[in-house]
Design a protein around this ligand. Structure first.
Ligand SMILES: [Mg+2]
Length: 460
């Protein structure tokens, strides 16, 4: 072998008195090359197709498959509740490319991504390419991210809201999660927990809004309803009851009281009221893009602030990290730009003393992408699991054992690529009509609106 021969020569030059028969290469290069799943040759690998299958779920999963001229394919997914078109729009740019040139392809397409679900196409393709590369070279994805810091990744559970938004209802739900072995649990408390309780809110909702003019589209303005001290006390009562029920060894975090439903001043009041209960974090306290607002809250309360699930690329995170506007970076890998970009975000956060937790609500495919990435992040906290109550969730792939979650942790796989593969039967049984099962997508073989301009691959 050429590489082995070169190694022999180098060793011989360094040790001229050594006899040739004593010289052994440090690595058996023939065995290494045997492991490379070349099919023919990596340098000849080309992308030939991209296909999708949309799975119906609590948030739908647009699963993508990138095919090549050598039979090997990569799998990924657009962010949960995102659009398959966010990935398909890039098909014409991918066809004919060597998928091993992942950084070049990523630079090429990332210009067309954006925050939230709009980052899902770029991120899903990035995952599929890493899966492909891992399969070609017989290496698990975590290796491409620099190796592992751990063999098992801690999960944190999202918890469905109880029908009765009482302290008892929340205790029941969170205890259910702890029974599954989880040691880290998130639950949602919002203004709805105050429904029907007198004197917890001031004012009434504004009337006559157009449907799209509701609070979701004018965040930061509140709902026209403000929370009273009694309302804050009720929210704190729920958190106190949960803490009391599960004890102090379980990490707890809360979400969904922000997003514009509460103003910055109200969130600060709430945060101060929650300080005694040792929360791991309060999530997304104000509008996702407002790093100054996050900093106001972060500077004013003792509860750690986590944010970032809508932020796109390291560039999106930089002001939040560099101004220390948050305590915990919380990227969603399917918006943030995929596996390597999420690792970059975590590494950058680390310079500012900010650890990283991973937001996630997708299928087992992106779940595994998160597991590989989490394994490679030194300052990793926990990975979200939003599919614990979905009976079909694990059936969407092969390679994920029934007991994949043990004691609230998941084992980092050693198999090539993501370590799971498509289970076509499981996907077919859960398709969201009119989606078919990886049907042809030749419509996207040619560029569409917005892709006519000359190549500017090296733009930021
Ligand atoms: Mg959230």
């Amino acid at each position: 072998m050429r590489i082995a021969t070169q190694n022999h020569k180098e060793i011989e030059m360094a040790n001229p008195t050594r006899k040739k028969k004593d010289v052994q290469p440090l690595v058996d290069q023939d065995r290494v090359l045997d492991k490379v799943n070349t099919y023919s040759a990596p340098s000849q690998l080309r992308i030939t197709d991209m296909r999708v299958a949309v799975v119906a779920s609590n948030y739908d999963y647009p699963i993508i498959r990138i095919d090549t001229n050598q039979g090997v394919y990569g799998i990924g997914e657009v962010r949960d509740a995102g659009h398959k078109e966010n990935a398909l729009q890039f098909k014409s740019r991918l066809l004919g490319q060597n998928p091993l040139n992942i950084d070049m392809i990523f630079r090429d397409i990332k210009r067309f991504g954006n925050w939230g679900r709009e980052g899902g196409g770029v991120s899903g393709i990035e995952i599929a390419l890493w899966d492909l590369i891992g399969k070609v070279y017989g290496v698990p994805c975590w290796q491409f991210l620099g190796g592992k810091y751990r063999d098992k990744v801690r999960l944190y559970a999202d918890t469905p809201e109880p029908e009765d938004a009482t302290p008892e209802g929340y205790v029941r739900r969170v205890k259910g999660r702890v029974k599954l072995g989880l040691t880290f649990v998130k639950f949602d408390i919002g203004m709805h927990v105050l429904e029907g309780i007198k004197n917890t809110r001031i004012g009434t909702r504004t009337k006559y809004e157009y449907r799209t003019g509701d609070w979701q589209n004018a965040p930061g303005t509140g709902t026209g309803v403000h929370v009273t001290d009694k309302g804050i006390a009720r929210m704190a009562e729920i958190v106190a009851a949960v803490r009391d029920a599960v004890g102090w060894e379980v990490s707890l975090c809360i979400d969904h009281y922000g997003h514009g439903m509460l103003t910055t001043k109200e969130v600060i009041k709430l945060g101060r009221a929650l300080e005694p209960y040792g929360l791991a974090w309060m999530e997304d306290p104000v509008q996702w893009w407002d790093w100054v607002g996050h900093k106001e809250v972060r500077d004013a309360v003792g509860v750690p602030i986590a944010a970032g699930e809508e932020l796109y690329l390291l560039d999106g995170f930089r002001p939040f990290l560099e101004h220390r506007a948050i305590d915990i970076a919380h990227p969603d890998l399917l918006t943030a730009g995929g596996m390597l970009e999420t690792k970059r975000i975590a590494d950058h956060a680390e310079r500012f003393g900010i650890p990283t937790a991973l937001h996630f609500a997708g299928s087992p495919i992106a779940f595994m992408a998160n597991v590989h990435t989490a394994a490679a992040i030194p300052s990793f906290v926990a990975l979200e699991h939003h599919g614990l109550d979905l009976p079909f969730w694990r059936d969407l792939v092969t390679g994920l054992p029934e007991n994949y979650m043990e004691g609230g942790y998941v084992t980092v796989p050693d198999k090539p690529g993501l370590g799971v593969d498509l289970n076509l039967e499981g996907i077919r049984a859960n398709l969201r009509p009119p989606s078919g099962l990886f049907e042809e997508t030749s419509y996207w073989d040619t560029p569409k609106l917005g892709f006519w301009q000359p190549d500017r691959r090296w733009d930021k």
